[in-house]
Write a new protein. Structure first.
Lengths: 283, 79
């Protein structure tokens, strides 16, 4: 089946990932800007990173027939340096003009500090001003509940269109408040520290298939892009139809990301073709 | 050999993950029982084994051989 992987960090992965993803039906990926594993010192380093994901990475993916889209932002960890962050934010609008840039992301919170909140608000304002989609990272592990609550408070106080906001990395204890507020939610499938493929299917069964984006992130840490396919397998093994799987793993990303006209993959439907087969009836 | 702190540094997140999977499995079973009616829950002795094993794990004084106790719990009786 055709799959859209909405959150994937291609710069941290090998070409073999693209090859295997293509062989398993992935037709497009979205690459948010994220933390490189160390704190960068210069705004120019971010600018080169944005060039890498908006200019170079699409060419790597294209070798395997995969469409590559991206997002630009200062991630929550590096938002701890507001001066650096402000300098990067000044340059972000030029990337909104690039043909594969879909919006601002990942912004959000990590430890929910004052600086993080300030830079998240600045990035939400930037997204609103430039009519961009907004991808919001919620914190890890013990920080998730507090950080998600703070994120939703910040968003509630700003004139955002909930349709354009994707609250990512939700789990059982944070999905309800994000969905009730009208946002899109994302399940990130990690081997240990986030959601498992089986728990993601539970969440789909409990909260419905709508406004949900399932992704495997896949970065430089312990992660695996094929947790997404594992989730699809578990979803199908529980008896959900192929069309329902397409709704979740292809059409939902197409609907959400397609709010930016640069993302031109459309929702699809499985149809059986009734063909006349002369000569077979008498066999 | 690891120190006590190193054991938690190394394996706490693994344990957290496995406990979450158990919790989600029990939630999944409860949801299925609600869909199917009350009889489904009473019928299967495997669920009792799961809760018995969780009782062993919930007891800090269960001893140094919790894995062995669980394996015996999940084993057929020896004639």
């Amino acid at each position: 089946m055709q799959i859209i992987q909405p959150h994937y960090h291609g710069i941290a992965r090998t070409a073999q990932d693209y090859e295997r993803m293509a062989m398993s039906g992935v037709v497009a990926v979205g690459e948010p800007a994220f933390w490189a594993g160390f704190d960068r010192l210069y705004p120019e380093t971010f600018i080169d990173y944005f060039r890498q994901i908006s200019e170079f990475e699409p060419t790597r993916a294209a070798q395997y027939g995969i469409r590559h889209f991206c997002w630009v932002a200062v991630n929550p960890k590096e938002a701890e340096n507001p001066e650096l962050s402000r300098a990067v934010l000044e340059r972000m609008p030029e990337f909104f003009e690039k043909p594969t840039v879909l919006g601002v992301g990942e912004t959000g919170l990590h430890k929910s500090t004052g600086s993080e909140c300030e830079i998240m608000e600045a990035q939400v304002e930037l997204a609103i001003r430039h009519d961009q989609l907004l991808l919001v990272h919620t914190p890890h592990l013990q920080d998730k509940v507090r950080g998600t609550t703070r994120i939703l408070e910040i968003l509630k106080g700003m004139p955002v269109d909930p349709d354009k906001v994707w609250i990512d990395h939700v789990e059982e204890h944070t999905i309800r408040q994000a969905k009730d507020a009208g946002y899109w939610v994302g399940f990130t499938l990690y081997p240990i520290t986030k959601c498992s493929p089986q728990r993601a299917v539970d969440l789909l069964e409990t909260y419905g298939l709508e406004r949900t984006l399932v992704n495997s992130s896949a970065d430089w840490g312990p992660s695996d892009p094929f947790t997404l396919q594992h989730c699809i397998l578990d979803f199908r093994r529980r008896g959900h139809s192929l069309q329902e799987a397409i709704e979740v793993f292809h059409n939902n990303p197409a609907r959400y990301l397609g709010q930016n006209p640069k993302f031109d993959l459309k929702p699809i439907r499985v149809e059986t073709i009734e063909e006349d087969r002369p000569g077979v009836a008498g066999c | 050999m690891l120190t006590a702190k190193q054991v938690l540094d190394e394996y706490f997140l693994d344990a957290r993950c496995m406990l979450l999977e158990i919790a989600a499995t029990l939630d999944r079973h409860d949801a299925a029982c609600r869909r199917e009616g009350a009889d489904a829950q009473a019928a299967d002795p495997r669920l009792g084994k799961v809760y018995q094993s969780l009782g062993i794990l919930a007891n800090p004084g269960a001893g140094p051989n919790r894995a062995e106790q669980l394996l015996n719990l999940f084993s057929d009786p020896v004639d």
